[in-house]
Ligand binder design. Sequence first.
Ligand code: FES
Length: 100
Amino acid sequence: MAKWQKAVAVDDFQKSYKFVHRRKEVAIFKLDDGIFAIDNICSHEYSQLAEGMVVNCDVYCPKHGSRFDIKTGAVKDFPATRGVKTFPVKIEDGFVWVKL
Ligand code: FES
């Protein structure tokens, strides 16, 4: 069953943060309208989306440039053809919590 995990203090990262819990990697993004969490590993090959460039609500994979919607996990540009998983996020006591 999914449980809330304390990931990082809201003030401890600028745009993105890689959170690892029991070998599960999550990319947490701070956008203008909230904080969102998706799989950190690209659905194409191995690359870390937390290190990608963020433009508006999208992140570009740093390896081959696939574009993912940070809010929905949907893929918007090739070469990836599958989206990535999203995770519920809540802010409590100044910390980002992710439900994994
Ligand atoms: S590894 Fe992300 S697009 Fe290829």
